[in-house]
Every structure is written in C-alpha cells, then in structure tokens.
Design a protein around this ligand. Structure first.
Ligand code: RUB
Length: 301
C-alpha cells in the first residue's frame, strides 16, 4: 500500500491539491493496488484511507466509490481477468476525467469575449484550462487573480496564466469588490470542490464573498466543474464537511484563537451558470445531471 499511503499523505499536506487532481491521484493509487494483485477487500481498505485524506471535495469519494463499484462488478472474475478489467476500466475513467477538462475548456472559452476583464479565485485547473484555451484561440483579455489567503493558491494561478502569456493582475482577497468596480470586471470564473443537487457550490474559502460582490455589481458568476464533483449524497440532503485546517497556516499570535476554514458554500442564487463536460447548465439542473450520470451510485449497488 506504499503508493496509497504516499498519495493520502500528499493529498492531506496539499502537495496534491485541487479537486480534480485529488481524484486522479486517488485513482492512480488504486490502480497500483490492482496492479499488486489487490481485489475488492484491498481496494476497500485503500479507498477508506484515501477518502480520509481530505474531507471536502466530493470528487475524492466519488472516484473511490466508482472503483469499488467496478470491483464489485468484477469480483466474480478470476485473478487475471479481474486485474485486466479493473486496470482498463480505471484507466478509461482517468482518461474520461482528462477529456472532461478539455471539453469544459472548449465550452467555457466561448463565453469569453474580446477585451474581457475576468476574475478568478484560488487555483482551479479547470478554470485555467478555459482561460488558456480562449487565449490560444486568439482572444485578448486579462485576468484578475485573488491572492487566496492563507495558502496563496492565487500565486499558482498567476504564474500559470502569466507563463501562457495571459496578462494577470494579482490582488489581495479584500480588494475584490473595489477591483470589480475600478477595473471593470466583466465575468467571474471559479472552480468547484462539490456541487450539491440543489445547485449550491462548495469551493475555496472566500468564493461566496466574491460571488456576493459579483452579484451586487450585476456581473456573471460562472462555475466550471467536471461532473465528478457533483455530490450524489446531497440528493438526500447530505452536505460536505467543511475542512478546518491548522490555525498556524493563518497566524500564530499569543492569546489569539485562529479559525481557518478552507471552503465555503455559495448558494445557487449567486451562480449564473455551471459549465460541465455535458454543456452549460443552470444550477437548478444539478439534480437532473446527478440522476443521469450517477445512476450507478444511486441504486445502492
Ligand atoms: C482548491 C479549490 C479549487 C477546486 C477546483 O482548493 O478550491 O477551486 O478544487 O479545482 P485547495 P480544479 O487548494 O484547498 O485544494 O478545477 O483544479 O479541480
């Protein structure tokens, strides 16, 4: 289980971060279990470890649960058949996730217009793919990236976009409202860690503040997410555990308590649209997408 332990450690410590990358890393770790001759029992044990690595992004349990579903399907197969079927199916699932990223980039890039001023919060690979695709297509625009305290994922976004040639302006998180007005932001794009069946979106702490500012100024607030981040449990009212990280990430001041939540929930009323690999949907359509795409997990198999 070396690779499983190592992957769980990297996810917890945020060496691997971002909801899609977390899911893909978990899938690759489960592939190594299959490779080492592991079957349903071993995959279940590995899956539990991986799920515990970080609590909020539903892409992680969704990825693990899908592999367990496949393992149950193939459990009657003999060792060799099990291994080859599981290897192929997990591999195909990873490829589908990577293709989803490209599809969302293609769909989302069409929403960007010449001369746009765009804003983003945190670091979403999905959003970065949209921006880079639009830039490659020849559109000229600029991006405002929030710093994203306390882990500064905005630096990753800024460097990534700048290296693709996209003009980027970095701001502190508290400058969002002023900047939307002063620099005339047209649209806000963010990623997601979890999307609930009612259309509410869980993403990096501060996302809701950005959404409030966007709504107050009448700007589009757009969420870009692969369907692996939709939460089947939320159909029955289940909600994500909002991760609270080490206070030391924020500050160490004697006699002062620090509260360090890593995510927040943006209610659907603040979300204009969700871009998925199946197309653009209004947040209210999250339930239908879940029923259509997560049938395998909703049957209780
Ligand atoms: C990352 C974050 C990202 C989503 C989507 O938080 O909130 O917006 O995970 O990312 P953290 P992606 O840095 O705490 O993991 O589009 O890359 O899946």
């Amino acid at each position: 289980m070396g690779s499983v332990d190592e992957t769980a450690r990297k996810i917890s410590s945020m060496e691997v971060r971002g909801a899609l990358d977390i899911a893909i890393a978990a899938l690759k770790a489960l592939e190594t279990v299959v490779d080492g001759g592991g079957r349903l029992k071993e995959l279940e044990a590995a899956g539990e470890k991986l799920k515990k690595a970080r609590p909020t992004a539903v892409s992680l349990p969704n990825a693990v649960n899908y592999v367990i579903y496949l393992a149950k399907k193939h459990e009657p197969d003999d060792g060799k058949a099990f291994k080859s079927a599981m290897t192929r199916e997990i591999h195909d699932f990873i490829i589908r996730q990577e293709n989803s990223l490209e599809k969302i980039a293609e769909i989302g890039s069409k929403l960007i217009e010449e001369g746009d001023v765009l804003m983003t919060h945190c670091n979403s690979d999905t959003v970065a793919h949209i921006f880079k695709r639009a830039w490659r297509d020849g559109k000229k625009f600029r991006v405002i990236a929030t710093e994203t305290r306390p882990r500064y994922q905005g630096y990753i976004t800024s460097r990534d976009l700048a290296s693709a040639g996209i003009p980027v302006t970095l701001i502190v998180d508290s400058a969002v409202y002023h900047t939307i007005k002063k620099l005339d932001v047209d649209k806000v794009f963010v990623g997601a860690d979890t999307v609930y069946a009612n259309g509410d979106v869980v993403n990096k702490i501060g996302t809701m503040q950005v959404a409030l500012c966007a709504k107050s100024e009448g700007k589009d607030f757009i969420v870009a997410t692969e369907s692996i981040k939709f939460s089947p449990e939320s159909i029955m009212g289940g909600v994500s555990v909002i991760e609270e990280r080490d206070p030391k990430e924020v500050a160490e001041i004697e006699g002062v308590r620090v509260f360090n939540p890593a995510f927040d929930v943006t209610p659907k009323e603040y979300v204009n649209m969700i871009i998925t690999e199946y197309g653009i949907i209004p947040p209210e359509a999250a339930y239908s997408l879940l029923k259509e795409r997560f049938g395998w997990s909703l049957t209780g198999e």
